[in-house]
Design a protein around this ligand. Structure first.
Ligand code: PEP
Ligand code: MG
Length: 364
């Protein structure tokens, strides 16, 4: 068994030397980050910050989104900031010296709102009994206002960041403070700030400028240089088609092929587990699911356009991919061929991505 392990290590050594693509992992916790590093990840390509607010902390985001007054909003933000900072300190520590792409909050909103049916029932029962229910009623009205038929195509990502004042600023401040703390501890933090679901260059500009302002401000407070890249995801067809303009304002692009597949095909990601979708796939018109295997003619074409226009507008822009396809062997070959700098995938798929990136490089 030891011989086998040694042989595998030797093969991976050659593979790593041959490949041009860097391989990062998608990780949202220090444990995942450590696991990814053991698997050979060269950084984190996607830290989904919404995963940090599930469980007990869900309430805090709910309070922020539903806040009625500035005071309530400020209080919610103040309680979130130290939690985020500590999360980022841990992640930056386990990936010390390697890039960590932190994506600003991109939740499907309904996951952070109270259940509308439950709330309606509670209000109806209280009404029938003649009990006090002002708070629930107020909550219900707010939830109704924010209710969406298609949350995955709704108030997510940068849209939420623009609509909820202070949300992204708080997250960038937490990243900046974490990096400043790590620097003081003698570490080498390399966070990258990533803005999700961008469709227009204006959205990006507003959040990018604010992020750079906060980095400078916190840098001055701590007396350290916090000169980190701010970039965007390319996960809407419009973003891919206007990649030239977007690149002028972004240090990097990371292709979100999950959302790109959803929006290019018009299939809701929420419904791909549904039986109609397997019935459709069985017709064999695509072969296997475009959510698993990159649709090179459609989604791939948009990626090509965005790579060309992005590089023309900003030579040297860093380009990666962090959708599920980042760990799919055939897709990795495509990403190599189209000239991306890195792929990012789940920690368990990192070895396969390394291998395929090596094979892709050896092929040409
Ligand atoms: C994507 O859309 O491909 C992506 C990586 O982001 P998420 O899956 O979190 O929407
Ligand atoms: Mg996405």
């Amino acid at each position: 068994a030891d011989d086998l392990v040694r042989a595998v290590h030797r093969i991976m050594h050659y593979v790593d030397a041959a490949r041009r693509l860097y391989v990062r992992a998608n990780a949202d916790s220090a444990e995942d980050a450590a696991r990814a590093r053991r698997m050979g990840a060269q950084g984190i390509g996607l830290c989904r910050t919404e995963h940090m607010f599930l469980g007990d902390r869900r309430q805090l985001v709910e309070r922020l989104i539903l806040a009625d007054t500035d005071k309530e909003q400020q209080e919610a933000l103040a309680s979130l900031l130290p939690l985020q900072r500590d999360d980022f300190i841990e992640i930056l520590e386990s990936m010390d010296g390697l890039p960590v792409t932190v994506r600003l909050l991109d939740p499907p909103l309904h996951e952070f709102l109270p259940d509308i049916t439950e709330l309606s029932v509670r209000v109806a029962v209280a009404e029938a009994r003649g009990e006090k229910h002002e708070n629930d009623l107020r909550l219900l009205q707010a939830v109704h206002r924010l209710h969406e038929q298609n949350p995955m195509l709704g108030l997510r990502g940068v849209r939420l960041g623009l609509v909820v004042p202070g949300l992204f600023t708080m997250q960038v401040r937490a990243i900046a403070q974490a990096a400043a703390e790590r620097t003081r501890q003698g570490g080498r933090p390399r966070p990258e700030i990533m803005i999700p679901l961008v469709g227009t260059v204006q959205e990006l500009e507003i959040i990018r400028d604010e992020s750079l302002r906060v980095l400078r401000e916190v840098g001055e407070e701590y007396g350290v240089e916090l000169d980190f890249p701010v970039g965007t995801m390319i996960e809407l067809p419009r973003a891919a088609l206007t990649a030239g303009q977007i690149a002028e304002n972004a240090a990097f692009f990371s292709f979100g092929t999950n959302d790109l597949t959803q929006t290019v095909w018009g299939f809701s990601r929420d419904d791909v587990e549904a039986s109609f979708f397997s019935a459709y796939l069985e017709k064999g018109v695509f072969g296997i699911s475009p959510f698993e295997s990159l649709d090179i003619d459609g989604v791939g074409r948009l990626i090509r356009i965005a790579v060309e226009e992005g590089r023309a507008a900003r030579p040297g822009i860093k380009l990666g991919i962090c959708g599920e396809h980042g760990g799919d062997p055939a897709s990795v070959h495509f990403f190599h061929q189209v000239g991306l700098d890195y792929v990012s995938c789940s920690p368990f798929r990192v070895p396969v991505a390394r291998l395929e990136a090596g094979r892709a490089a050896a092929r040409r």
